[in-house]
Design a protein around this ligand. Structure first.
Ligand code: GLN
Length: 565
């Protein structure tokens, strides 16, 4: 496949330890280059053998991110969208499993014409072809590729070899490697230690790659001496050693990298002409609001079953940061373990003492379901602002059926196939589905909003597009019964068949959504439902009992502009 000439490539790798923030680094660099007027896309290469993370437990992998076109993808794509304000897609997350699957499928079709199929060249060529395709289709100046895992892992070797070959083929000014490492601060010696970084670079050199720029994460700021030393041992100019010390919010990372001139070094090394200076007033203003909100704080409980592992709720937690800024409040998140609420002696009032709103999270399987339902009952009865997402909306429907409509045995057929009142049931087109991977109702679908509803007040729109990931849906047999008991179906699919949003009339703010609004909240486009929910928690905390329906949108988000699809 011909490789598009004018696209520049940046590979971001990580060394020493995991969790240093390659995703945030890639997203921040992308955002800075875009602010300079470049057309940028970011993608993630993951070394594991799963075709996508859709079948993995959130304990293994954190949240599964969903794109408009229905990919179940790595959560780093969420960072790319939130920072870059560009939609990712099916091709933005390539796993080694997908690469091997494609190679094996081609082998079975006889495409290799009798060759012995091997990692070199076939697997490497497959990776290079995918890269070229992505660059060609994107109408891009720069394609940033984050490689998952840590240097030294066996699994990621084919990705590194593809990078090495591409650099050789294209020349140094067309492809850069930015290597993110860790420079630990040793308290006893009161010193930053560079040895782990040196070792990590040696490992990269061992597979034939000289990093072009090092970004060094550290607790303390890197002095010029340290940069010099790192550069000296790693064959780099001190200006190509970028310090990235700990900061209060991930949204400050682009500003810190700007100060360290990472974007300038990148442009210089790629031989790109001077692009305009980035104007980041909005971003700075946003960070200020995150760090120093003027209107105090609220606490929101996120009820779920993966509470020991907040990465399972990544996009929700980030959406609260955006909505906190737009409401000028700090949003504290308290993770509520759903199963705890199943104990008979559970004290809701105590657990929720300082909680101003409850969100019931998405999920699968029956563990913790009864606890979630109890939290919802408490929120409904105590008039506490509530947002239910996907499974959270389904649980709110079950709770309403049981405790308001008098259908005590109501359930979802996901948890009880023979329930007497299947208020949540498998979608018709799911009934024949056998394979688990990539077969849910996935991606963006339109939703029509009812005038006068809380959803409409939030969105200020009659038609929105939201992302989905589910197999079950509200069972229309029960719609009339629910409506007569006080529930509003304020959002449906355009043909009216699928319930997308439920609300309670006699409640200050009780909204359940079948879709995932958290996947579309961005720094520059806070999601209206999160904004309104946080506004409601703020009002609730202030003790305003008769809340006005109209929620003021913040001045810098006048109308919700949906992120481009
Ligand atoms: N388990 C539910 C379903 O499949 C909800 C899924 C979710 O919360 N993403 O419909």
């Amino acid at each position: 496949m011909a490789r598009p000439k004018n696209v520049k490539y940046i590979f971001v790798t990580g060394g020493v330890i995991s969790s240093l923030g390659k995703g945030i680094l890639s997203a921040s660099l992308g955002m800075l280059l875009k602010a300079r007027g470049l057309r940028v896309a970011i993608q993630k290469y993951d070394p594991y053998i799963n075709v996508d993370p859709g079948t993995m437990s959130p304990y293994q992998h954190g949240e599964v991110y969903v794109t408009d076109d229905g990919a179940e993808a790595d959560l780093d794509l969420g960072h790319y969208e939130r920072f870059l304000d560009e939609a990712t897609s099916q091709t933005s997350n390539l796993t080694m499993g997908r690469v091997y699957k494609s190679v094996i499928d081609k082998e079975r079709s006889g495409d290799y014409l009798g060759a012995t199929v091997q990692v070199v060249p076939h697997v490497i060529d497959e990776i290079k072809d995918r890269m070229a395709e992505q660059a060609k289709n994107g109408n891009l100046d720069v394609l940033i590729t984050e490689i998952g895992g840590t240097i030294g892992d066996i699994e990621s070797l084919p990705f590194l070899e593809a990078m090495r070959q591409m650099k050789l083929e294209m020349g140094d000014s067309n492809l850069l490697n930015i290597h993110l490492t860790f420079v630990p601060f040793i308290k006893a010696a009161s010193e930053l230690k560079t040895k782990p970084t040196q070792h990590s670079v040696k490992m990269l050199l061992g597979v034939g790659i000289q990093p072009d720029i090092l970004v060094c994460r550290s607790e303390k700021q890197l002095s010029r001496d340290i940069k010099n030393k790192v550069g000296h041992f790693c064959n780099l100019n001190e200006f190509d050693v970028i310090g990235l010390s700990d900061c209060d919010t991930i949204y400050e990372v682009p500003l810190m990298l700007l100060q360290e001139k990472l974007d300038q070094r990148v442009l210089k090394k790629l031989g790109m002409k001077k692009f305009k200076e980035p104007v980041l007033n909005y971003w700075r203003d946003f960070c200020n609001k995150v760090k120093f909100p003027q209107d105090g704080e609220v606490t929101i409980g996120i009820c779920g079953k993966y509470t020991e592992y907040p990465d399972a709720y990544k996009s929700i937690i980030e959406s609260f940061i955006h909505a906190g800024a737009s409401n000028n409040v700090k949003v504290n998140v308290k993770l509520l373990r759903a199963e705890d609420a199943e104990l008979t002696a559970f004290d809701f009032a105590k657990e929720l003492e300082n909680v101003n709103g409850i969100l019931v999270a998405p999920g699968f399987g029956d563990r913790g379901i009864e606890g979630k339902i109890k939290y919802i009952q408490y929120a409904r009865e105590q008039n506490i602002p509530f947002l239910g997402i996907c499974l959270g909306m389904q649980c709110a429907s079950i709770e309403f059926a049981r405790n308001v409509c008098g259908m005590q045995e109501a359930n979802s057929t996901e948890f009880n196939k023979r329930t007497r009142f299947p208020v949540i049931d498998l979608m018709e087109h799911q009934k024949k589905v056998k394979e688990k991977g990539g077969t849910m109702r996935l991606g963006s679908y339109p939703c029509i909003i009812t005038e006068g509803s809380k959803a409409h007040t939030a969105y200020q729109k009659f038609l929105v597009n939201e992302r989905h990931r589910h197999r079950y849906e509200f069972n229309n047999t029960y719609r009339q019964n629910f409506e007569e008991s006080g529930m509003t179906f304020s959002g449906t699919s355009p043909n009216g068949e699928l319930v997308e949003i439920i609300e309670l009339k006699d409640h200050r703010w009780f909204v359940g959504v079948q879709f995932h609004p958290e996947l579309k909240s961005r720094v520059q486009k806070v999601h209206p439902l999160f904004h309104s929910f946080v506004a409601a928690t703020k009002e609730y905390k202030r003790g305003v009992h008769q809340m006005e329906l109209a929620v003021d949108m913040p001045s810098f988000v006048p109308v919700y502009n949906e992120p481009a699809q």
